[in-house]
Design a binder for this molecule. Sequence first.
Ligand SMILES: NC(=O)c1ccc[n+]([C@@H]2O[C@H](COP(=O)([O-])OP(=O)(O)OC[C@H]3O[C@@H](n4cnc5c(N)ncnc54)[C@H](O)[C@@H]3O)[C@@H](O)[C@H]2O)c1
Length: 350
Amino acid sequence: MTRKVRVGIIGLGFMGTTHYGIHKSNPKAEITAIADVDAAKRKGDIRKVIGNIGGGDNSKPMDLTGIKTYADGMDLINDPNVDVVDICVPTFLHCQYAVAALKAGKHVFCEKPLARNVKEAEAIIAEAKKSDKFFTVGMCIRYWPEYSYTRELYKSGKLGKLRSATFTRLSPNIAGNAWKNWFMDGKLSGGALLDLHLHDADAVRFFFGRPQSVTSFGMNSRSSDGTMDHVITNYEFGNGTLVAAEGGWAAAKGVPFEMSFQIICEKATVVFNSSGFKIYYENGKVEEPKPANPALPTGWHEELDYFLGCVQKNKRPDKFITLDEMLDSMKIITAEQQSADKRKTVKIKY
Ligand SMILES: NC(=O)c1ccc[n+]([C@@H]2O[C@H](COP(=O)([O-])OP(=O)(O)OC[C@H]3O[C@@H](n4cnc5c(N)ncnc54)[C@H](O)[C@@H]3O)[C@@H](O)[C@H]2O)c1
């Protein structure tokens, strides 16, 4: 395909408007359609949209000139002027739109989490395996400059053997931020465990392969349905390393969002946090790499650009994540929920 890739976005909330801005600035993309159940958003009014990191100016209406608007995502899926269906609706709706779009012969980019549970996730992956079109999930941390750079460095052997790794993702309370407050309904979102901490569970999988078991401790204070608002997990690889992650959205509103990691290896320690990104070598040398591409500054830019590039080149998008790996992080999170519920170590069933 030499022309621009025609993108249709379903769901114009925090993630849909973020994708909209990114596609608009990408020469590979042309947004041809959007779908949202909210009539105001279909007119470009996004004043109600609130997000965590990188939120843009939502006070100005979006320019939807030349873009077809639909109330029903299924109509967007059947629009012949859409090559890629970009699914940005709440998590409990991912499965129905992803399966329908694949069945309709579209390429599909689906926001993370892949689905609300493993059964739905497996249904999507089974459909994606049958399709000659491409499917991927927005596990943006795999593409986030500091994470992907560190993972390459670790895999190259330059850091030496892993001793310990800790990943953190802490958000203020996001109650009231989203469409019908769906994040706070555990049945719809999976709570902070599935929605937020999944990024780090998947980062653990991305960096170090499949953990064998998990030991999690969780706390529920804000969401319904017994899902976790704050979780701390130890991932067991059976090789003596200490790998842990902490995530949650239980803090008071106004607390700054934080994502960070510290990876301690034999030859160097890599630190990424709000004060920067540095590599401290055991010999005293300190490096401060700047891995972000100014044209694609975040993992969201990178993942969307990569997927559209694959569609243009007709090349399967499996460099950062494979279809089977997409299921792994869902299975790890399920084991973490069971571990926190039962207060014991749980072996992960892959
Ligand atoms: N990758 C990331 O870093 C990241 C960050 C935030 C959210 N997300 C994910 O993105 C997805 C969307 O989250 P969000 O924060 O944008 O939520 P949101 O509530 O801000 O937006 C959801 C949008 O979907 C619309 N909608 C609801 N039902 C619909 C339907 N049936 N058809 C069409 N539109 C419908 C709503 O009107 C709203 O505009 C979730 O799965 C979430 O987990 C990912």
